[in-house]
Ligand binder design. Sequence first.
Ligand SMILES: *Cc1c(COP(=O)(O)O)cnc(C)c1O
Length: 767
Amino acid sequence: MQFDAKQFLADVERVLHADYACDLKSAGRRELYNAVSKAVMEETFDDWNRARRSARRRCGYFSAEFLMGRAIYSNLLNLGILEDVGAALKGVGEDIMQFEEVEDAALGNGGLGRLAACYLESAASRNIALDGYGIRYRYGLFRQTFQDGFQHEEGDDWLKWGDPWSVRVDRDAVLVKFADLTVRAVPYDMPIFGYRNGVVNTLRLWQAEPVQAFDFASFNEMHGEVKATENFNATKITDVLYPNDNTMVGKILRLRQQYFMVSASLQDIIAKFKATGKDLRTLPEKWCFQLNDTHPVIAIPELLRLLQAEGLTFDEAFAVCAGCFNFTNHTIMAEALEKWDALALSDLLPEVYEQIVACQQRLQGEGLNPDQFYIVRDNVVHMANLAIYVCAHVNGVAQIHTNILKTQTFKNWYEQYPDKFVNITNGITPRRWLLLNNPEMARLIDGKIGDGWHTKLPELKKLLPHIGEMLPDFVRIKQQNKQNLAEYIAGHEGVQLSPDFIFDVQVKRLHEYKRQMLNALSVLWYYFGIKDGEIKDFPPTAFIFGAKAAPGYYMAKAVIKFINEVAKLVNSDPAVSDRMKVVFVQNYNVSYAEKIVCAADISEQISLAGMEASGTSNMKFMLNGTVTLGTMDGANVEICEEAGRENNYIFGATVEEVAAIKQYYCPREIVEQNPRLKRALETLVDGTLSDGSGMLKKLYESMTAGYEPDRYLVLYDFADYIRVKTQLLYDYGTEEFNRKCLVNMANVGKFSADRSVSDYAKNIWKL
Ligand SMILES: *Cc1c(COP(=O)(O)O)cnc(C)c1O
């Protein structure tokens, strides 16, 4: 985008006059933020409009979550005007960094929603015609604070500063009907700017509103009187994001959200397709849809229904669906694979349920074993099975994950339909996750190998011959990033960290399978070792955690309380203050992640093997030159393939070993053999840590008692974890260690989301 500072400031001034009756001198931050954003939106309108009118075949990325983070810096970067805008504002005495106060758009929980955001950015940057379709939640993922070490949740008012990067498109509003309620769906469109290529794709988020506001008179004629309660219920549908990551909540409101979003999207797409005069049987020539997990899978029976309402037969409609839909699986955990009560579903959406039953009947007609192949069974609708049966392609998100899908989770389906199953390893956008968050490092790389890597990340391999000469600058920049993070943490968490400490980081959603517990126990193990004088010369280390727990996930909240108590114990003990610090940052989100991943010395990726489908924070750390301390799980396996296992720190049971271990596993024996581990574990119940809630006791019991004690083999993997982690801590700071960091960065190319979306475009979307 061409930039003219004078013109830009005049545009900003004009918006300030028109929208806020103020000028550059009197504008507050909020006004300035909105005016700068709107001025840029105006400038890019023509590019956006061109994309909307283009006749190309497109893919719709259907997702209940888009974890976009903060838009302004990323948009300005991709438009190539970040520095220009910063300089223009500076010229009038304004600091562009003030917009760090703008709330993140946290319309997602974690990895799945962030993946959707990275894919939109990468697709635009590759000129792939991908548009996002989702929900405009009024409140995103809750804001987290700690009170007395317990997690507290507050509503996330992400619109507090306005939403200048969206436009409301009333002319495209549609009605979505439930058995008991009809609501109006109004789209808000957000431009997705490609990196310096003039491409603008769209994220269309639907907001639920009462129908009264919408042509009240004619609606009443058609549908009779509208009940007053409908007003109340309508907006409720898009009020709030369910804060559950990787778990299914069987709430009807959630089902309403899912149906609301896909029905509105499909109605919109069909109406526009029909306007071109083409036969709906040819819809797959113009459109395909990627279903991001099971959340949007109800789109399949909805499209069947809509097409038959347009005159197609069931078989014709089914053929269209088979040609349009594809499904991404994100987890093998049974508690996350969506299943709906058939009665509840048929009560809420009778016509949609009929289509599900028709799919079930068609499946039965295939002559397969009904015990293995079913969509509805015992009055439960299995959404993943529906997706696999109808979709042309089913993909896992890392090689090991896809293998598990084929050989375990969906074994029957794979054997019946082997060609459907493909792997597309996840990726991240290098624009947000290196160029934007670590500009000094990006400049260092540009100076060595040019800037081709911005859009062709495998070019980072060209760094390999330069690693020796880069080391001093690399170390200096990492140190500065650590200093910056330490200042931010001091300001936000009230904990002082020294940038001379090793920054050992685990940031991700809180889940038992991710094993924050393993990390926390190791902290106590080192702490007691230092106190007893058994561990000498412990390398000074800051253990940094960040994680939100689903509000209803008791054990996850117990782990947060535990780690906060460990932090209190360690940080208040002067005997170890020159050796260790522990901090659990509050409200971990995309903007916090940007500050953290460029400042980490260790990337903790320690899930039980087989449980983490891919992970993407592992890729963010790698991109910023951080070694992985991890298990052979998810994309860690491929990180080792790309960067060399010897350049990372791998420990723990493998997927192949896990099942066998569980046969005879007795955690108590392990604890008895390791007195210091025992002591660390018993802090949960022996009064060392304050509990006050009974939570820590429950956590202790989950590790040692019950039907399946220590389900995620924390204690089993503990000794190997300590062995490898200790090796890492003592390697830190050596030239060999610093080389490993850079070798990881140089070999991160595969994990660009540019590669992922190109794989989708080539192998699945055929764009
Ligand atoms: C990348 C990211 C995640 C995913 O982290 P994993 O460690 O891969 O689970 C979650 N939350 C935020 C805010 C992220 O940026």
